[in-house]
Design a protein around this ligand. Structure first.
Ligand SMILES: [Zn+2]
Ligand SMILES: [Zn+2]
Length: 422
């Protein structure tokens, strides 16, 4: 019997980690850390033959260095981005040390999309593009002849920077699918609508000589927003003003540029024609405070909880300036307070009176409910579905949809449970 043990990402986003055990071998797919409390999966590393990492988000790769894994499989951009994630985490959580990062980096095996690889005596794998961030993958496993697709985080629509999730997949017996937006209530506006909203909001402020602050997550969202803004500036639909970014964005955007062949081909075409799709990014400095010129400031962190964006919040004392949130704002974060209309915030010692405009335009890296349904219609029909990586309501809701709409038995396992996979 081939069994799956669900160590995290069950009825939660949390720390994704599935252990797969056959008669001959044992592997992990993802080994994440829970971003809300730094919790890590409860696994016995000495029994694990290989770890496959779907993408470089903390909730999928964050716990890897904590364990002494001998074989780690991922693709090249994921390895590079993962190094950044681990370096950030080493300071925040006490779960591992610099030496552990060094050891883990040494044990990485690099694999391209659609490149088959035998990873244990009875398990082979390949990665498919998941459309979620640079390098993001769905993991396809052939386990002693049985076929399993672990979607990882997926986005089935094309964005400015990424291809849609690859759905041209080999036959599937069992699917393990994410459910971040798994409920029929989770329907999001199209990218076209979101882009127009973003540009209208920026234009409104620039016309009034105001400054626009856009807090972003360093990987993915940031690059998409940067490409959108530069595209509109190039086409003359957005007034040319200075675009400032913080240091970590210069770094991660550089990685996007160096892996441009992994991105939407439109990015590569622009670069080959001598146009930089990421535009002329200026490094943010104190001059921003000393002039009355309109500008755009793009900075981490996305939930305005730490990161260089905090130092620009004082600009919101001026009613001409605006802050545009671009993603989900976790409970207890400054971003959430601003979203809920706080009139005063205290990022540092001194409180700041908020007079500027606050707005939110959510550019999610996950497919919404309709996108998940379309994905399921496009891929070969599985015989069984396991729903992970969503809050309880979302996970149960998507399991119900898969059962009612597709007549495929679907379960949303609880944390720590062990189930037959086929
Ligand atoms: Zn992710
Ligand atoms: Zn995730």
């Amino acid at each position: 019997m081939i069994v799956g043990r669900f160590h995290g990402g069950c009825h939660q986003i949390g720390k994704s980690c599935v252990e797969i055990e056959t008669k001959k071998s044992r592997i992990l797919v993802d080994c994440g850390m829970d971003p809300s409390n730094n919790a890590i999966p409860d696994v016995d590393a000495s029994k694990i033959d290989a770890v496959v990492v779907s993408h470089a988000h903390l909730d999928h790769c964050g716990a890897v260095p904590h364990f002494d894994f001998k074989n780690i499989y991922c693709n090249a951009p994921t390895a590079d981005l993962m190094y950044n994630v681990w370096k950030d985490t080493v300071n925040l959580s006490k779960s591992y040390k610099e030496e552990d990062i060094q050891r883990s980096m040494k044990n990485i095996n690099i694999l391209g999309y659609r490149e088959p690889k035998k990873i244990t005596s009875d398990i082979s794998m390949k990665f498919y593009d998941a459309g979620h961030i640079l390098g993001s993958s769905s993991v396809y496993l052939d386990i002693d002849g049985k076929k399993l697709l672990y979607t990882g985080d997926i986005n089935e629509i094309e964005t400015r920077t990424l291809n849609p999730a690859d759905t041209d997949i080999d036959e599937i017996d069992t699917i393990i699918i994410e459910s971040t937006y798994g409920s029929p209530l989770d329907v999001k506006p199209s990218r076209k609508v979101l882009e127009k909203q973003l540009i209208d909001e920026i234009s409104e402020t620039i016309e009034e000589n105001g400054k626009v602050i856009i807090p972003v997550f360093a990987v993915g969202r940031a690059q998409e927003i940067i490409v959108i803004i530069n595209n509109y500036i190039r086409s003359g639909l957005l007034k040319k003003v200075p675009v400032y970014v913080c240091g970590s964005l210069t770094h991660t955007t550089g990685m996007y540029m160096s892996y441009s062949e992994w991105l939407n081909p439109k990015i590569n075409n622009l670069m080959n024609n001598g146009t930089n799709p990421f535009g002329n990014l200026l490094k943010a400095d104190d001059n921003i405070f000393n002039n009355n010129e309109p500008c755009i400031i793009i900075s981490t962190s996305g939930m305005v909880q730490g990161g260089p964006v905090l130092q620009y919040l004082s600009l919101l004392k001026n009613p001409k300036n605006k802050l545009i949130l671009t993603g989900y704002q976790g409970e207890g974060t400054i971003g959430r307070s601003l979203e809920e209309g706080a009139t005063e915030i205290t990022p540092f010692k001194k409180p700041i009176q908020i007079k500027g405009k606050i707005t939110k335009i959510e550019f999610s890296a996950h497919g919404d409910y309709n996108s998940l349904v379309r994905y399921l219609k496009k891929i070969p029909e599985p015989k069984k579905a396991i729903v992970m990586h969503g809050e309880r309501y979302q996970a149960l809701s998507l399991a119900m949809t898969i059962w009612k709409m597709f007549k495929i038995p679907a379960i949303a396992p609880t944390i720590g449970s062990t189930l037959p996979l086929f």
